[in-house]
Structures are given as C-alpha cells and as structure tokens.
Ligand binder design. Structure first.
Ligand code: KG4
Ligand code: ZN
Length: 350
C-alpha cells in the first residue's frame, strides 16, 4: 500500500456487530458518509425483553455479508476500492464481536489492505462529529446506552478522562427493565420516552440516590427498585394495551424519566467549573431521549454558552458510520492493527 492515509478520499469500510445490530458503512475519509446500513435484530429479541447473546451472534453470521454488500452498493463502491477496514473490537458481547472482527480480518487479508480495531465507546464519541466535524475541544461527552452511563472529559481528540461511570445498571438498562416490569415493549427507552413526554399530568417524584462513598458515579438500580415498590404496593397491573394505559403508570413513567435525566445532568453540571468545556456532546441510544436533549440545550447552551451537539437518531444508536470515522482517525494516528488482534468484551475508554 503506497498511499498515505493523510491523503484525502480514502475509502473506509466500517463494521459494527458488538450487540444486536449488524451494521456496515462506507466513509470517504476524512468525513463523508457514502452509506450506512443497519440490520436490526429487534424482532428476534423482542419476545425475551432483552438481547439473547447466542441468537445475536447467529444472526450476525447470517446478516453480515448482505449488509456489507448493501452498504457497498448504496455507496457505489466496489469491494476492491476499499482501502481500510475498521471494526468494533469491544466492549460488547463476545460472540457478536467475533463475527465482525473475523469478517474484517478475512476481508483485509484477502484484499491486502490494513484493518483497525475500534472501541465502540470511542465510536459513540465520534458519532457527533459525523455531522458536526468542527466541534471544539475541550469538551464533555455523555455516553448513555444499554450498557453504559459515562461522562468523559476530552481535552483534545483521542484523549479521554472518565469523570463519572456506572455503579450498577446503565441508564438504558434501567429504561429496559422498568418497561419490562410494566409490561411495555422492548427496547423500553423509546416507549417510555413517548409515553412520559406525552403525559400532561403530575409526575411521581423519586428521590435522587446517595452513594455512600460520596463518589460522583451514576446509579440507576435504586430508581428501578423504587418503581417496582410502587407498582407492588399499589397493586398496579402490567400494561395490556399501549393505547389504554392507567394514568398512575404514566405518572410513574414521567417521574422515572425526570429522575434519570436529572441524575445524568447533575453530574454534567457539577463538572462544568472544573473542566470549562467549549462543547458538550451526547452519544449512545439514550441520547435519543427527548427530555435529555431539551434539558441539555437549556442547561448548557442557554445558561452556559457551551456548544451542544447530538447525532441524528440514525447515528445515535449503534451504527458502523461512527466506527468507520473512528477507525480512520485511529489509523491516521497509529496505523493499523495486527491480524492477531482480539475482541475485548469489557474494553473501557480512557
Ligand atoms: O447505543 P445503543 O443502541 O446500544 C447499546 O450499545 O446499548 O442503546 C440502546 C439503549 C436501549 O437501552 C434503549 O432502551 C435506549 O438505548 N434508548 C432510549 C431511547 N432510545 C433508545 N432510552 C431513552 N429514551 C430514548 N428515546
Ligand atoms: Zn452502543
């Protein structure tokens, strides 16, 4: 390969199979997304109220070839034009990660091109840059998904310091568990968001958790238990039809959402004087949340004059476009990875 990655117009193929979505995207480096295809396994896992790892990896094996083919076709790019393969290597489900990683290695080997392993969390970090390449540093980034609720400080591109992490359940996990408890469909986040924001009545008030060692970490498991206690104490029955929901349940959902967003933003607020960020970005599935988005704007843009950026919904949940962009960035900095690179289910960032 005699081309230099610093040249413009590199064709990067991104692959993402860390959890339950099979995704491929084609990026013309430095930042033009030519295609982004996501095959969701939503219907496969829905009856179980959560992702079943074995079913997920088997579905990735079936889906990965057609998804890659579709992404190349939409981009108008032939496989032989791809110059770099970027793939998620962790964190995630080991069986799912291995499908994407091995597919990427085989492709890179066969085409004799470099490949680079990407941290899924760094991918979510970069997702805001897909549509807003000029975001200024230093910045604070809140990554909130089914597996993470983490606040990072990034003084410059590629450097991350964890400001607050997850103590127990992640924010998205709490949404999914509360939805399951109340008989609502999976994934719980979008359903609860819709019901809670559409309810005009008074919300149930939940207390903020106090972590005994005084740390600033996030904790959502107590909130989930409080919801369960109210449901049991008041003998509330699970929702049978999404069109006819008891007002008390709507009041609980509204209060739950208020409490999640309040907790997420309280850590952001207390980090502001210390880090003095120029920008704030959101990433991960929960970053689709309507209340979280509007409160971020009010708190940060309005009151503090900080630039606030969110990815569009298609780039907020798991997608390979963010992986392709992160892979291009990583490759430019440090070159490709060896074909012996392994998947790391508990990979962290910073
Ligand atoms: O980033 P993501 O697609 O997958 C993981 O890496 O986990 O996030 C999925 C999570 C699920 O827990 C889902 O319930 C949550 O994001 N979610 C939301 C919303 N949309 C998706 N949570 C709250 N409000 C939403 N609008
Ligand atoms: Zn994710």
């Amino acid at each position: 390969m005699d081309r230099n990655i610093k040249d413009e117009d590199w064709i990067v193929l991104g692959l993402e199979t860390s959890c339950d979505d099979t995704s491929a995207a084609v990026l013309r480096s430095p930042g033009t997304i030519l295609s982004s295809v996501v095959s969701s396994q939503f219907h496969l896992h829905r009856p179980y109220g959560g992702v079943v790892p074995e079913l997920a990896s088997r579905a990735h094996i079936r889906n990965i070839r057609p998804v890659v083919r579709e992404a190349l076709q939409q981009a108008g790019v032939a496989l032989t034009q791809v110059e770099l393969v970027a793939v998620t290597r962790g964190p995630g489900l080991i069986g799912s990660l291995l499908v994407g990683l091995n597919y990427a290695k085989a492709l890179a080997y066969a085409l004799d091109i470099p490949f680079v392993g990407v941290n899924h969390l760094e991918g979510h970090f970069f997702s805001s840059f897909l549509e807003h390449p000029g975001i200024e540093f230093p910045l604070l980034c809140l990554l909130v998904s089914g597996g993470h609720s983490s606040l990072y400080h990034a003084p410059e591109p590629g450097r991350y310091e964890l400001v607050a992490g997850t103590r127990d359940d992640a924010a998205g996990e709490a949404y999914d568990k509360v939805a399951k408890m109340l008989g609502l469909s999976y994934p719980g986040g979008p359903v609860i968001d819709r019901l809670a924001s559409g309810f005009g009545g008074e919300a149930v008030r939940f207390r903020l958790p106090k972590i005994s060692d005084g740390s600033d970490d996030y904790s959502f498991s107590g909130l989930k238990t409080s919801v369960l206690q109210i449901v049991r104490k008041e003998g509330l029955s699970p929702v049978l039809s999404a069109d006819r929901i008891d007002e008390r349940i709507l009041a609980i959902l509204k209060g739950f959402q208020e409490a999640v967003v309040h907790q997420l933003l309280s850590r952001v607020e207390s980090a502001l004087p210390r880090y003095r960020p120029r920008s704030f970005i959101l990433g991960g599935g929960v970053a689709c949340n309507s209340l979280l988005r509007s409160r971020c704007r009010t708190l940060l843009e309005g009151e503090q004059g900080i630039g606030v950026y969110f990815p569009s919904p298609e780039y907020t949940t798991d997608n390979a476009a963010m992986v392709a962009l992160t892979g291009a960035f990583r490759y430019r900095r440090a070159g490709g990875d060896a074909l012996s690179l392994n998947a790391v289910p508990s990979l962290s960032l910073g």
